[in-house]
Write a protein of this length. Sequence first.
Length: 290
Amino acid sequence: MASTVVIHSNVIAPPTPTSWEPVGATGAKISDRKKVLKHHPDKKAGSGNTNDDALFKCIQKAFEVLSNPEKRRQFDSVDPYYLDIEMNPPDPSQISASPEAFFKLMAPVFEMEARFSKVKPHVPLGSPDATKDEVERFYDFWYNFDSWRSFEYRDKEVNEGSDSRDDKRYTEKKNKNERARLKKEDTARVRGLVDMTMAADPRIKRIKQEEKAAREAKKKGAATGKGKQAPVSKAEEAAKKAEEERLQKEAEEAAKAEAKKAKAAAANAAKKARRAARAAEEGAGPSQGQ
């Protein structure tokens, strides 16, 4: 079924490698009108060329597919023209040859894959001098790529002439499982492209080198700054020690003064006590003589 429709679609709108976006309904209508006018059986009547009749039916079938948004998406998902390109992506040795080769080969790959993106606009590969934020944004988008691609166009039809519900249910179940398998394979294929791109991306190597150089410069600056501050720290330590010694000396002198003062007070008290005792003795003497 898909191969037949490829012939149909190419009759109306042959794919062009310079643009990955499918032809819209308006473009299909214009192209179809031109083809109809050229190959309509009435214009070819009497020519005896039966191939024109077959081609006209082919044009009608192609327009039926391309003018219906849902059928067009189903067809675009399995368009053999693009499938051939998908099956032959650049290999790691090719994209690692040089930064120029990397961007020349991989940028078109992601532009082609972006036609299936649900999120618009998509994030392109970018330029060689992209910032770290721009590079991270690209890989974040593609590692979380949300694709509308589906594979209904490869569904198998129920056996012709069969009216069995069991046959229909069985065929529908097989088609559903096959669609899920193809979707899973396609998701893994895109993930593999992103992995290969990241492994060879010259911007990541450049960013790592810049970050390493910045860390080393910061480390070197910290070591230099520490060396300049060392004499200041020793001076502060010496000043602190001198201050402690001064305070200790003042405390010792104050303690000595207090001790001296206490000693003098004790001496005065003893002197007063002796005077009082002497006076008491002198007063008691005359009384005893009488």
